[in-house]
Design a protein around this ligand. Sequence first.
Ligand code: ADP
Length: 264
Amino acid sequence: VLILTMLFFWLLSILLSYLLSRWNMRPILKSWQQQQDFVANAAHELRTPLTIIQSKMELLLTKPNDKIINQMEPIALSLSETRRLNQLTRDLLMLARSDSNMMQVIRQPTPMADFLQQVIAPYSEIAASQDKTFTAQIDLTGAQMVDQKQIHQLLVILLDNALKYTQTGDQIGFKAYVRNNRWQVEVVDTGIGIAPENRKAVFERFYREDKSRSRQTGGNGLGLAIAKWIIDSHQGTVKVLGNEPQGSRFVLSFPIEHIKKELH
Ligand code: ADP
């Protein structure tokens, strides 16, 4: 019986190693490793604001009779860290949903010029309030099938980044046009730019060229990962280029869909 059992396990191990070598396990192991890293990074990112809030609250409890006006710093800091946590959990939820194919893409015929105009409308004022200039040129006519909420979110991520990574006096540009039978959008800025060797990495989760700068401006390193998911979900492509003489240029390109039904 012992010999037969050993023989059985020996044959089983040969069979298993044969099957493992036949199936390409690398992509499965890689995505498993990526999920492990994602969870570890997420936990780490959640911990920082939580630690700050906890220490500020503990400090407040040591002075129960103090007036609020004398404790504005810990209260304001706790509030801004709470906002950060809120954004972080929203972004994590979206990425977790996209990983498990639970994100719905609800496309509807959208008159692009009007829609894009609405998305970019607040940016002239925001840029002006930071002593920057914002210019836009929209040469798109007709309608496209898009998930409006998601495309709105995608453009906000790119425009907010353009604002975050520029300084006083810089320029931000937005363009939309048709080229090679695709509709394209460009967000250009004259800011700090991205080193050519890092242009691919910016779409990775939690990637930040300068962590402290990104944190100061409220970033968590998930924006472009979400942007990439939205682009993919609309069968689009994205290129990150340098802007001359300085800054970044994000070029998005989407297939044109011919919509039969007339829009009213
Ligand atoms: P974050 O929240 O840090 O802005 P993102 O995922 O949106 O995260 O961007 C990832 C990183 O890519 C940023 O930390 C920054 O280093 C770089 N980046 C993104 N957009 C720009 C830009 N317009 N100019 C310069 N660097 C940028």
